[in-house]
Each structure stands twice: as C-alpha cells, then as structure tokens.
Ligand binder design. Structure first.
Ligand code: SF4
Ligand code: SF4
Length: 311
C-alpha cells in the first residue's frame, strides 16, 4: 500500500501520464471565491444564451465539496487531441478537431475510471469521483489552480509550451495530497489574435470573456433554433464547432499530434467533399458520425448548419 502523501501524489501523476494524459496537477478542494463574481456577472449578463443549465448548481460549481462530500483534493488532467490531419477537400465545411474521432467523454471516462481504480487498489481506503465535461465543475479555473496553465483571452486554458488543444478532466478524491502552485502568469501579453480573428465578435474586445450566444461553437451545436441572420453569414464554413481562436493562437505552434487511436478520424469523413456534405443522408450521417461528438448536433442540426454553405 502507498500511504505517504508525497508518494501518493507522485503515483497519481505517474499513472495519469501512463494512461495518456499530457498534464496533471493537484489543488486543495475549496470554494473558488475568486470565481464567484465572474460567474455571477457572466450569468447575469445572459451571454450563456439558451444554455440555462449553466444557471443550475451555482454553489456547487464554485465548491466541489458540495458535489462530492468529503472531497479534499482535485486532480486536474489535460488530454491532447491536436491533429495535423485535415479534411481532404479544402472547400468542405469544417468540423472542429475535437470531434474528429470517438466521443471524448467516453474515451476519457474510461481512463479516469482506470486511474481511480488503480488509486483505490494502491492507497487502500479511498473514495472519489471522475468528471469530464459532465458536472458543474469549473474545469479551467481548477486547471489554472493546479498549475497547468493560464486562461487566455480566448477563455481557454493554455499550457505553456504546449498550447490549448486539450480536453480537461478531473478526479476528485477524499485524501490530502501535495498541492501544486497556482499558475499566476498570463502569457497573452499584448496579443489579440483570437479577438481579431473571431468571425462573429464573440470574444470581448478586452478578452477573457465570451458571449456564448455569438460563438459559432454554440450556434452550430447547442443552439436548437434557426441561426440568426446576423451570424449565419459569418459562419466561416464551420458546420460543427469552431477552432479559429485556437488555430490563430501563437501558443498552439507548440501543439503536437495526439497519440490516441480512438481520436483517429474515419477516412469516409475526411474524404467528404462539399457536394457529399450537401447531399448527406440521414443513413450516411449515422454511418459516418456514429460514436463521435458530431452526433450531438443530430441530423437536422447538421443539415441546418450546412444550409449556410456558400456555393
Ligand atoms: S470558437 Fe470561433 S466563434 Fe467561438 S470565440 Fe472562438 S473564434 Fe469566435
Ligand atoms: S491568440 Fe493571443 S491573446 Fe488570444 S489566447 Fe492566444 S496568446 Fe492569448
């Protein structure tokens, strides 16, 4: 059994890397007082648009001990999904890189459960819960707290020397561990590339704040109604998600090809040209996108998004 706090901390990080995570850091569970005002103001301004679920569990979002009774430590993990692969037709509507392969919720949940299991087997008395985009957890704030990186002007977690093409995930445990220092620096400096490049002006001119209702990612996936005309002409050929504010970020020049076989795209998807997209049948939608995040848009949603493509 591994009983000493420092050894347990090292073991968790080592096992996380063995399971394929790129980064692991640990924070003490507490109420994120510094996030309270920001979250309250963001919700009050209504920019979360139709994502009303963001209004639920306000206190739980700020304090994971309300979510997991007895929680003492939160392990923040980052999993690389960057790929050099491209859709073969440069004129084809663009799908966000995170959606190229198998649904990350499933892939990462399996790895997180394996990590929890190996901790239980080696630490003796231990309980915990795993999260990947699945509960009211302020993932980016915890990742910053755990020293993984800073939250950039595009509102994404950026890891120095690695970029931002990461899925974030958490393991909340009821044991004390050694904690990493908060990542205090902000390496955005005077850069404003993400703000300048955003086709719909979704990022605040000063950065660090997103109007979700204007974001192509929201409009193509979460928004269930007709896309308002003022945005439909600015979709930049995106049909599922949008990577523009990451693609232009200079820190992503450090991004490296992921090594996760489950995130490999199918050739049938990569080979879809513009005509194939326009003629996509419901049967083919299921054949090509089954098991990927694209299913979240559902067939009518994806068809709605392709309707805006220019000839
Ligand atoms: S994802 Fe696209 S639309 Fe959303 S903020 Fe980034 S660049 Fe703008
Ligand atoms: S593009 Fe520039 S301002 Fe935007 S997140 Fe990256 S470094 Fe920061």
């Amino acid at each position: 059994m591994i009983c000493e706090k420092g050894e347990q901390t090292a073991f968790i990080k080592q096992e996380a890397i063995r399971l394929g995570f790129s980064l692991a850091g640990i924070s003490r569970v507490r109420k994120l007082d510094e996030e309270e005002k920001r979250l309250r103001d963001w919700l009050a301004s209504g920019v979360h648009s139709s994502m009303s679920y963001m209004e639920n569990h306000f206190n739980m979002r700020l304090d994971p001990s309300l979510l997991v009774p007895g929680a003492k430590s939160i392990v923040s993990l980052a999993f690389n999904y960057f790929t050099d692969k491209r859709q073969n037709d440069p004129g084809a509507p663009v799908v966000s890189k995170y959606a190229f392969g198998r649904d990350y919720h499933k892939v990462l949940k399996k790895k997180l459960n394996a990590l929890l299991e190996v901790c239980k087997n080696n630490f003796g008395d231990l309980n915990g819960r795993v999260f990947v985009d699945s509960a009211p957890v302020l993932e980016r704030a915890w990742a910053k707290n755990a020293g993984l990186g800073w939250i950039g002007k595009n509102t994404l977690l950026i890891a120095p020397g690695k970029g931002s093409y990461f899925f974030l995930a958490e393991l909340v445990l009821d044991v004390e561990l050694d904690y990493d220092p908060v990542f205090e620096a902000d390496h955005c400096g005077t850069c404003s590339r993400c703000i300048d490049a955003c086709p719909t002006g979704a990022i605040d001119p000063e950065g660090y704040r997103l109007d979700a209702g204007k974001c192509i990612s929201y409009l193509t996936i979460e928004h269930k109604e007709t896309i308002p005309g003022k945005f439909s002409s600015k979709m930049a050929n995106r049909v599922f998600g949008c990577d523009i504010c990451m693609d232009v970020c200079p820190w992503n020049r450090f991004a490296k090809q992921h090594r996760e076989p489950d995130f490999e795209p199918k050739d049938t998807f990569l080979n879809m040209d513009k005509t194939a997209w326009k003629q996509l049948s419901e049967d083919d939608f299921h054949k090509i996108f089954s098991g990927t995040p694209v299913m979240r848009a559902k067939y009518p949603g994806l068809k709605r998004n392709t309707d805006f493509l220019q000839d």
